[in-house]
Design a protein around this ligand. Sequence first.
Ligand code: ADP
Ligand code: MG
Length: 389
Amino acid sequence: MAETRVSPASRLLQPAAAEPNTPAILFDRVGVSYGRGRKVTPALVDFNLRVAAGETIALLGPSGSGKSTALNALAGFVRPTSGRVRLAGRDVTDLAPARRGIGVVLQSYALFPHMSVADNVAFGLRAHKVARREITPRVDDVLDMVGMSGFQKRLPRELSGGQQQRVAIARALAIRPSVLLLDEPLAALDAQLRQSMLAELQRLKEALPDTAMLYVTHDQAEALALADRIVVMNDARLMDVDTAENLWKRPPTTFTAAFLGGANLLPCEVGRVIGTSALVKVGSRTVNAEAPQPAFGHADWAPGSSALLCVRPHALQVVSTRERDALQASVNAAVWRGAVTRLVLAVDTLPDTLVEVDVPGHTPFEIGAAVGLRLPEPAGVLVSPGTAA
Ligand code: ADP
Ligand code: MG
């Protein structure tokens, strides 16, 4: 019968959440600009991202790259100038923050100073009209999850920074959100505490397998430790998005190569290419390099074209200048960093490029000393020079 048939138009009106593969979070061409007229600053440009239920995404990038703006657009704290944000298929772009059902943790904790820990954590539950007899057990539960059992009656000022941040996380989790947003939650803590909190966040992530998390950080160690996928941001734009491993092994852009792990990018000329391997000329030497397929978003490697060879500082070796396969270099700087000494080398046949090398231990080097630089085999992975931000 014609009237019972579902037309394509009416199918579009059905709740999107019923469809399989509906992302927990969807940014659909989101743009955010601050200010007006000639003072307008684009803080987020054409931002697209899908986050699956249970997936943890790190937004990683330098300060001012638009990470918080993206998070705030999803939380409802800033209004997109263009585009839409969706949660489980539902368009929430025009919804008040409190009605989005999202848990949010900020760098500044933002606890209510005059309220006890228990009241801080219960705040969202009361706002969501959770039955009173349910509130206490749920507050106790989430405090237990973050290792803060027994602190119910304390005031925020009676807690350390790390403890306050745990309470802020408990408060965000109390409403059992399917989406948890964290904006540099560890940035205000000292280095040692940051390490132990990071381990706890990993544990928390395991304990919340269905919760989608968006984790904003400028610290690549946090992104590597927590994220299923990393979004690399620069200058209001999404540069790259992939698993940490892929971004590390085959950086699609020079920005990601340098930002993630501080890779060297050595100018080289592509020679013969066979499959995913290429002979490249670096300075005076011809070496093997990985040449990822265009499927990874890379350029095609044409013989004779210029490329950049991405080599991590720890993969390079300093050897005697007499070694046959070594590039001739001189020491510009040597800084002891504890486990390694970071050398900055000027290579004779690579003008305008300084090369960073990590050598184990506390090795004294004289500034200006001549050394040999040996590339690993394969020497590194090719990155297209046209991918700069
Ligand atoms: P990140 O979190 O990556 O450090 P932000 O998203 O906070 O970056 O900021 C992106 C850009 O937008 C920056 O240039 C910043 O100065 C600007 N910006 C952020 N918030 C505001 C605001 N409320 N008013 C005007 N400009 C802002
Ligand atoms: Mg920020």
